[in-house]
Design a protein around this ligand. Sequence first.
Ligand code: ATP
Ligand code: MG
Length: 416
Amino acid sequence: MAKLQTPHAVRGTQDMFGEGQERFAHVIDTFDRVRRLYGFKGVEVPVIEPTAVFARSLGETTDVVSKEMYSFDDRGGDSVTLRPEFTAGIARAYLTNGWQQHAPMKLATAGPLFRYERPQKGRYRQFHQLDAEVIGAAEPIADVELLGFADQLLKELGIASGVVLTLNTLGDGDSRDAWRAALIAHYEAHRSALSEDSIDRLGRNPLRILDSKDPRDIAINDTAPGIDDYLSDAARDFFAAVTTGLDAAGIAWTRNSRLVRGLDYYRHTAFEFITNRLGAQGTVIGGGRYDGLIETLGGPATPAVGWAAGIERLAMLIDAPAGDAPDVVLVPLGEAAENRAIALIAALRRAGIAADMGYKGNMKKRLQRADASGARYAVILGEEELARGEAALKDLRDGSQRSVALSALAAAIIAA
Ligand code: ATP
Ligand code: MG
């Protein structure tokens, strides 16, 4: 009989275990802690949405919609898409559930996203993001709060010093249109030197050229007009309020007047937290204000601002976190001891002690394994000690050992 072939993982997906999983989990745990400090409530939204949720709001000519979405017809013939980002789905949920009554809402979530991209270091087809949104707030202080959350997250992850907040404003509709016209004039003058992709973008979505990573475009982008000359007074005031707030909150930032974001829905504030430690995949957090998005989904005009952070990229930057280690490992010697150990380990766990038990091998092997687990203690259950109602509590840090009454074991471990 032919040997069955082992299936492989889908390209661009990852299996995580050990340090990789611990890094990943540490990023999410830290996010969850910091979001509470900033009063962001957790939210969960589906991984799958009607395709229109993304196609309409992200912009048909963006890379994500035109080439990266996992869209398919389900068995009922409806076109559905695996979410390539969080914001549109959260905006959809906001409208579906009538969450306007809670506005302004500060929301946070984390989970998997899907984009059909060329996999490389820091770029996957199933990747994961942390996401934070403030919906229903037009005030620049909402932008400041949101950026403060990102800033503190990076600090608590221990990576703030290698990451820079780069900030821009895209202005309001009028500013953007004027800037767009100036950019078209600039690119038309350098048309023959642009990449093919950007010549295509020039006709459809010229702001996108500023975000190009093609070296031919980068040279032309360096001399492209920034937005400053095209800002309306209102847009300028809004941006000044944001930067004043950032300074007051002690959040460091730098200006890049040519920064744009990969999706079409941004207005006013746009930003990226960038590092040079991840090669070409240097953006770890990206976001901005998306006052027009909810209207593109058929809702009322609703100002909002948000960011998304790549969990894998953050996980690569942090120091390896301390792995999960039990407080104690039980080492029963003999069958009778094993039966007592089952009752004892259940009692320890109910008392809130992380306890594990070696199943196999002689005492030496089991102790070695207990040591390797990173546990603070081993509890050795020998027949003689059990007969006296005791166990040996071994401190794995200094090797010392003492007899403790079984009834006092939990207390002795907790007291340490
Ligand atoms: P990039 O310019 O790197 O493609 P983007 O502008 O497409 O990023 P956003 O849509 O703003 O990214 O998503 C926010 C963050 O999510 C990015 O800054 C990055 O950290 C992460 N991210 C985006 N796409 C991927 C991916 N394919 N794999 C891993 N992380 C990703
Ligand atoms: Mg991208």
